[in-house]
Design a protein around this ligand. Structure first.
Ligand SMILES: NC(=O)c1ccc[n+]([C@@H]2O[C@H](COP(=O)([O-])OP(=O)(O)OC[C@H]3O[C@@H](n4cnc5c(N)ncnc54)[C@H](O)[C@@H]3O)[C@@H](O)[C@H]2O)c1
Length: 342
């Protein structure tokens, strides 16, 4: 029997990899929904894919789409995702990350046979101390510190409450920081690579000691697929790769790989690092106890060195295109206008 999957946020980073993961399955039709054009996935010209332009805050349109398609599964990746943007203006975060989730849940009340997976973040748990052994666990208190994480936390709480109140087939997963090919160059890892390739200053918030727990996007997507098929209704999963690194260590690792690949002296790249005023409400450390996904990890292997090298190679090969993309983006240009050549 043909399975129908509706995946949202597919013009973005993680969902585009998730759709590639789904494409490995036979007898599947994947409906890719985003408010933006799905440039990458459309370029694959795969007949298993259909594309829908829709803003998930538009309840009427979303309802018509779901009623027409009658999907077996919905995975919601669509979100406003940049913490800095949420600090500058939170309006769209409240719209998409809260009202968008609410819209799906309302539609699902009348479509109880659809399984819905909400994709969220470990940032909902707030911040851990540096040099502590504590990790975020299922059941840890939600304690978001910025408008992005607060909006994602609200979406999570709506999912949890609709499961209890209306007994819908809902799942929730919260992953740590993702990296990999096609991530938007406004995010830390591609930003560092592209600034270094342009010989421009590399901005590091505060002391650079903040710790993140990095997971390669393709591993995250394999795990999300398993959760979708095997998760018990109402369950929540924390996805991490046990890979805590401070921002400054990460940046130096990237610059070391780059210096070898480009035959540039490491010192010449290191001097591009520019410590800037800390982000408001900057969380110190994220760390995930991934025991809730242990049973899904049997075949997954994490190899940070290979994964970061692949990410760097992608950014080098696509440097010109990425540069063109950011040159045309108003927010990016305003934010980084002072980071000129050193
Ligand atoms: N990137 C990470 O490190 C990370 C970590 C944990 C969780 N997440 C979560 O994973 C999801 C995907 O993140 P990403 O990094 O791929 O983000 P992204 O910004 O690359 O992609 C988000 C996509 O959502 C779309 N979108 C935004 N508002 C929409 C709306 N109202 N209607 C329809 N589409 C809309 C955007 O156009 C974009 O294509 C998000 O829910 C995010 O909170 C991300």
């Amino acid at each position: 029997m043909m399975q129908k999957h509706l995946v949202t946020g597919t013009a973005g980073f993680i969902a585009s990899h998730y759709v590639e993961e789904l494409l490995k399955l036979k007898n599947i039709k994947i409906y890719c929904l985003d408010k933006k054009k799905n440039n990458y996935l459309e370029s694959l010209k795969n007949t298993k894919l259909s594309f829908i332009k829709c803003d998930i805050t538009n309840l009427k349109k979303l309802k018509n789409i779901i009623t027409k398609i009658k999907p077996n599964y919905i995975v919601n990746f669509a979100a406003e995702t940049h913490v800095d943007k949420s600090i500058e203006d939170s309006k769209n975060f409240i719209g998409t990350n809260i009202k968008g989730v609410f819209n799906f849940l309302e539609i699902l009340k009348k479509n109880k046979n659809i399984r819905f997976l909400q994709v969220s973040t470990d940032e909902v748990y707030g911040s851990l101390k540096l040099n502590d052994k504590k990790k975020f666990k299922i059941g840890s208190n939600y304690s978001p510190n910025n408008p992005y994480s607060a909006s994602k936390a609200s979406g999570d709480l709506l999912v949890k409450s609709y499961f209890k109140t209306f007994n819908l087939d809902l799942l929730l997963c919260n992953s740590s920081n993702n990296f990999g090919e096609r991530q938007h160059p406004e995010k830390l890892i591609p930003l560092v690579i592209n600034q270094a390739l342009s010989k421009k200053r590399i901005p590091i918030y505060g002391t650079g000691k903040n710790v993140r727990d990095w997971i390669y996007v393709k591993n995250n997507c394999k795990i999300i697929k398993k959760i979708l098929f095997k998760g018990k209704p109402g369950s929540q999963f924390l996805i991490g790769a046990n890979n805590e690194i401070s921002n400054i260590t990460l940046v130096k690792k990237i610059l070391k790989v780059l210096s070898k690949k480009l035959s540039i002296k490491y010192k010449n790249l290191e001097k591009l690092i520019d410590y800037i005023e800390d982000r408001k409400g900057h969380d110190l450390r994220y760390s995930i106890d991934n025991s809730s996904i242990k049973k899904f990890l049997k075949k997954e292997t994490f190899n940070f060195k290979n994964e970061i090298t692949r990410t760097i190679d992608f950014n080098i090969s696509n440097y010109k295109e990425i540069k063109k993309k950011i040159t045309n983006e108003k927010w990016f240009n305003i934010k980084y206008k002072n980071l000129d050549t050193r």
